[in-house]
Design a protein around this ligand. Structure first.
Ligand code: SF4
Ligand code: SF4
Length: 184
C-alpha cells in the first residue's frame, strides 16, 4: 500500500497523560528513554538522545515534560505563545517537533530526528519506560481501541530517510548506500 492511501483498521490508541503539576524534574524519564533506545539496548544513557525532554522554567519553578512528535524540514512561519493561569510560556516550549530552528529532538551525532515511538518492543511493554520510571505519577498511561480510517503514515525508517535526503540530497544518499553495500 502506498503513502497517501486510506484503509480501515482497528487501531490501538496509546495515551500518556502528563500532569505537569506533579513533575519534580528528576529527569528519570529522559535517562530511561535514552537507555532503552540505545543500541544495544541499555548499553548507554545520554539524555540528549531522549524522546522526552523536561522543560524547566527557573523563574516560575515549573517543569514541563514534552514528548517528541514529528520531523519537519522547515521551521514554522509563526510562533505560539501559551498563557496558562496567567503565566506566559516561551514560544516553542510545548512543541515536540524536530525542526531546523532548534537542536531539540535530534540525535546529537547525526542530527537525525528523534521521535517518541511509545517504546515499541517485541513483546510489547505493559507501559512505556518513561511512565514506568516516573515515580511521581506525572506520567500515566492508558490505551483504548478505535476503528478508524487511517492514512498510511511514513514509518520511522522513511522519516529518517526523508530527513537525510533533505540534508544531503538524493544523489549523496544513494551514493553512500551503494558504497556501504559494496563493503559487505
Ligand atoms: S520522571 Fe516524572 S517526575 Fe521525573 S522528570 Fe520525568 S515526568 Fe517529571
Ligand atoms: S514513551 Fe518511550 S519513546 Fe516515548 S518518550 Fe517515553 S520512553 Fe521515550
Amino acid at each position: 500500500m502506498n503513502e497517501g492511501e486510506f484503509c480501515k483498521m482497528k487501531k490501538k490508541i496509546k495515551v500518556i497523560k502528563i500532569d505537569a503539576e506533579k513533575c519534580n524534574g528528576c529527569r528519570a524519564c529522559e535517562v530511561i528513554c535514552s537507555a532503552f533506545h540505545a543500541k544495544p539496548k541499555y548499553s548507554s544513557s545520554n539524555t540528549a538522545r531522549s524522546r522526552i525532554r523536561i522543560h524547566f522554567d527557573p523563574l516560575r519553578n515549573v517543569y514541563i515534560p514534552v514528548f517528541s512528535s514529528f520531523y519537519t524540514p522547515a521551521e514554522c512561519a509563526s510562533r505560539n505563545k501559551y498563557i496558562i493561569n496567567g503565566t506566559e510560556y516561551d514560544e516553542c516550549v510545548f512543541c515536540g517537533a524536530s525542526c531546523p530552528s532548534r537542536d531539540l529532538f535530534k540525535e546529537p551525532d547525526s542530527g537525525l530526528p528523534l521521535k517518541c515511538d511509545s517504546c515499541e518492543d517485541d513483546p510489547p511493554l505493559e507501559k512505556p519506560m518513561c511512565v514506568q520510571w516516573c515515580l511521581a505519577d506525572a506520567l500515566t498511561y492508558e490505551e483504548r481501541e478505535e476503528e478508524a480510517e487511517e492514512e498510511v503514515k511514513l514509518d520511522e525508517l522513511e522519516t529518517g530517510l526523508e530527513s537525510l535526503i533533505d540534508q544531503f540530497g538524493w544523489q549523496k544518499v544513494i551514493d553512500t548506500v551503494a558504497r556501504l553495500t559494496q563493503k559487505d
